[in-house]
Design a protein around this ligand. Structure first.
Ligand code: ASP
Ligand code: MG
Length: 411
């Protein structure tokens, strides 16, 4: 017997039949003797619709009222699931964020959870009542409904699991786990049995959209064991059918590289012929920082003549136009000869905590890409990740080559 938090995403509660199916899954855990809290998203498509309603009324809507509108999708599914559970003989009640209460800061639209006063909820759970919690929402300190940012019900679930000291937080979704890479591109991709928090954080922020990044940060901070699994597949006997996101020491045999992620969201900027003198990097990146533009990868070329050099870096595609504008505006100061903007790039990253203790990981990547004639434009590394920027048309080829090179292919 354990205390569990189960989270069901939008597609899992997308129709009335699916909500009834979720109720049956919850019943299985209750019948197994567990104390259960369920966190639900809005039915798929509903939050988008609600956001759209707000925009039709005002482009610059009051964020508190925006939250009042968009939080409502989860109110509906929490009530419906509680009813569906009661219908099959399981005591259940819905909990809105303000009823728990789940208290947030006052950054409406993307609020952060400050604390969860879970005493009442836990007391009701211990009587055998299932708590059905509306995800994505809480109450700000000024007493207004607040939402946690898109995809935020993952974070609701992990935070609740930490607050009630759940043994595990099961995130039910439409994929059956976390894969070594995107299985739509690499058919030999494998589902991982386990992955560390740090690796998952890199995978999530690099575009593997299984979990909201903030939920992984939260799980890592509070050491919440998270399982990602499918709502739509019956687990054939195995106790933990999905991917478990856990602490490093829970992983016995660590692969060198656990996963390969990619992001098409990058754009490359090159400043040709900037002065090679102290302070030039600060002069370039200062105005970008002031404009709240995040720079990711950076290379400065060696200076051929000792007086000028080229500087290349990446920003998100969404920030590219503004970046060009800011740099053109600072042209007199920076004195570059030419500015080249290129959005036809992709960032490919190999990720693994195993590379902390092994040399040669990056070299294997460079060789695999070189063997396919793929030119590397920019490189960046961290303790558990090597990223390269390449031309976008090589995305598929690069992913497949790297997947094979690191021995990740499914037999
Ligand atoms: N319903 C919200 C959204 O679509 C929260 C979530 O599903 O996690 O962003
Ligand atoms: Mg989601």
């Amino acid at each position: 017997m354990a205390r569990l938090v189960l989270k069901f995403g939008g597609t899992s509660v997308g129709t009335i039949d699916r909500i009834k199916n979720v109720a049956r899954k919850v019943k299985q855990e209750v019948d197994a003797g567990h104390e259960v809290a369920v966190v639900v998203s809005a039915m798929s498509g509903v939050t988008n619709q609600l956001v759209d309603y707000v925009k039709q009324v005002s482009r610059l809507a009051d964020e508190r009222e925006y939250d009042a509108v968009v939080a409502s999708g989860e109110q509906v599914t929490s009530g419906l699931l509680a009813i569906a559970l009661q219908e099959i003989g399981i005591p259940a009640r819905s909990w809105q964020g303000w009823q728990i209460p789940l208290i947030t800061d006052d950054v409406h639209g993307k609020a952060r959870i400050e604390r969860i006063e879970s005493g009442d909820l836990v007391a009701r759970m211990s009587t055998g009542e299932v708590a059905v919690v509306a995800g994505f929402q809480g109450v700000s300190k000024d007493g207004r409904i607040a939402t946690l940012g898109r995809g935020g019900s993952d974070t609701s679930a992990v935070a609740l699991a930490a607050a009630v000291q759940a043994e595990r937080c099961d995130i039910y979704t439409d994929v059956d786990g976390v894969y070594t890479t995107d299985p739509r591109i690499v058919t030999k991709a494998r589902k991982l049995g386990r992955i560390t928090y740090e690796e998952m954080l890199e995978m999530a922020s690099l575009g593997a959209k299984v979990l909201q990044t903030r939920s992984v940060e939260m799980a890592m901070k509070h050491r919440v064991r998270v399982q990602v699994l499918s709502t739509f597949e019956e687990a054939a006997g195995s106790a933990l059918p999905g991917t478990l996101v856990v602490d490093e020491d829970e992983i016995v045999e660590q692969e060198l590289v656990s996963g390969i992620a990619y992001s098409r969201d990058e754009a490359k900027v090159t400043l040709v012929g900037v002065e090679d003198r102290p302070g030039v990097a600060a002069a370039i990146f200062g105005p970008l920082t002031d404009a709240a533009i995040n720079v990711d990868m950076i290379v400065q070329n060696v200076s051929e003549d000792g007086t000028t050099t080229d500087m290349t870096f990446t920003v998100t595609k969404a920030d590219l136009d503004r970046t060009v504008q800011v740099l053109e505006g600072a042209r007199d100061d920076l004195k570059f000869r030419r500015l080249i903007a290129d959005s036809n790039v992709v960032k490919v990253s190999v990720i693994g905590v195993g590379m902390r203790s092994h040399a040669g990981v990056a070299q294997r990547m460079f060789k695999a890409l070189a063997d396919r004639g793929i030119n590397i434009q920019v490189i960046s590394t961290s303790e558990i990740k090597v990223s390269v920027l390449i031309a976008e048309e090589y995305t598929e080829l690069a992913l497949r080559a790297l997947h094979t090179a690191y021995g990740l292919d499914q037999a």
